[in-house]
Design a binder for this molecule. Sequence first.
Ligand code: 4NP
Length: 157
Amino acid sequence: MKKTKVLFVCLGNICRSPTADGVFQKLVDDAGLSEAIVVDSAGTSGWHIGTPPDSRTIEAAESRNYQLGHLRGRKAIAEDFEVFDYILAMDEDNLSALEKLKPVDYAGHLGLFLDFGRQSTYREVPDPYYGEANGFNFVLDLVEDACAGLLKHIRSS
Ligand code: 4NP
């Protein structure tokens, strides 16, 4: 069976995209689809290559039973378009950076992650890095919603 490969992308790869990575991985595991769906995350910057997620991100995720401590930052590269069927950006800036990397013949889905969400207010996941502590829980709220929509979409396609 061909695997479906999903890459979540933000700016630093230490807050939003690792959150989406961990939340979606758990959803996939709980659905018994670990062999069918591959999950990864990356940043459009190379600022945090090799580092674990931000400690505030890890703590907020742990409070909802998601483990992110094993993840390490990496930069999104053009070769990701040869590997991933879905490349999902957390905000418009991330999406613009990815559009520049995208080969003309990419046949997969490049777009905003929250397009898979059922809430309609937010199109972008707000960057929590310089904000207040509650921003990390809000990221989780948006990410959990869009991950559920994404899994439903993948299962039905
Ligand atoms: P992320 O958040 O893109 O959700 O990982 C950020 C993390 C780090 C920085 C900016 C945003 N930074 O400026 O280092």
